[in-house]
Design a binder for this molecule. Structure first.
Ligand code: CP
Ligand code: NVA
Length: 321
């Protein structure tokens, strides 16, 4: 039997697997658009544990399981015994007796690692304080849709600028850039850098893949000639507390028309959402012609379906052709 596959970190997936995943997503999307039902997860159930709120992740996994012929169960931490101190290890052992996969959104990455270590079913990281791999895989897929090559650059040749907090999304972006050999520039305030272990790992990956990773504190420098400008909230879930103090440290990091003007004229603007409009991004940019944020949000569904099929299907090809 093949070992259980997980998506705990973006580091779990190779460049080849990312390309294969995107081909799977293309197939699923084509089937969906032509009204064809594809159900490789018939009879399977996904448990979803939430220790933080969610709109997109929760709904895309729920609808994704349904469209693939399976079922899902949503478990808020205050509704299950984890909230009263039952260990992750015991939760993993018990869930493995009932369901076929588990997705968790939590604070501590050790929760996700513990589920993978002590359970016997695939585990998916639906966001931790350290990473958001499902989001960044979706972002890459969105860039691939927008830059198929031909007239403009091919998606893997795009210059990608991330402007803002060195948070979970930025960390997964660093790993993705290192894995896939991308041109990636991160501009974060000195007080809010990306995780140092992840930066080290991304640099190691880059030396093998040829990725060009720049890490600095100057948004204008980062976006110059970029094809993708990416931002995320300055107040991630759990980091909302020291608000006025924190806000002042992000001065100059807003994605607005002035910043956008420095990028490639065909550049797209991305945001994983939810946005704090008027803080990290202006209404004008978010609702403007270069913004792809709602296509990006839609793609969470398509890419989540691909991930679920790759990790949970007995036969990922079932009903596909
Ligand atoms: N982007 C994202 O993960 O959104 P939710 O927090 O709504 O799931
Ligand atoms: N960095 C944000 C992402 C939300 C999807 C957070 O952790 O709240």
């Amino acid at each position: 039997m093949s070992p259980v596959k997980h998506l705990v970190s973006l580091d779990d997936i190779s460049a080849e697997e990312v390309h294969a995943l995107f081909e799977r997503v293309d197939e699923l999307l084509e089937a969906r658009n032509s009204g064809k039902t594809v159900t490789p997860l018939r009879g399977k159930t996904l448990a979803m544990i939430f220790r933080k709120p969610s709109t997109r992740t929760r709904i895309s996994f729920h609808v994704g399981m349904k469209e693939l012929g399976g079922d899902s169960i949503i478990l808020r931490e205050d509704e299950i015994q984890i909230g009263r101190g039952e260990t992750i290890a015991d939760t993993a052992r018990v869930l493995s007796r009932y369901v076929d996969g588990v997705m968790i959104r939590t604070f501590d990455p050790a929760d996700v690692e513990g589920l993978a270590r002590f359970g016997s079913i695939p585990v998916i990281n639906g966001l931790t304080d350290l990473e958001h791999p499902c989001q960044v895989l979706t972002d890459l897929y969105t860039i691939r849709q927008r830059f198929p090559g031909g007239r403009g650059p091919e998606w893997t040749d795009c210059g990608i600028a991330y402007v803002g907090d060195g948070n979970n999304v930025a960390n997964s972006w660093l790993l993705a850039a290192g894995k896939l050999g991308l041109r990636f520039s991160l501009a974060a305030p000195r007080a809010h850098p990306a995780n140092p272990d992840i930066i080290r790992r991304a640099r190691d990956l880059a030396s093998a893949s040829g990725a060009k990773i720049r890490i600095g504190n100057d948004p204008e420098e980062a976006v110059r000639e970029a094809h993708v400008i990416y931002t995320d909230t300055w107040f991630s879930m759990g980091a909302e507390k020291a608000r006025p103090d924190r806000l002042s440290r992000f001065e100059g990091f807003q994605v607005n028309t002035g910043l956008l003007a420095l990028a490639d004229p065909e550049a797209i603007v991305m945001h994983c959402l939810p946005a704090h409009r008027g803080e990290e991004i202006t209404d004008e940019v978010m609702d403007g012609p270069q913004s792809v944020v709602f296509d990006q949000a839609e793609n969470r569904l398509h890419v989540q379906k691909g991930i679920l099929v790759e990790l949970m299907a007995n036969d990922p090809e079932e009903g596909m052709h």
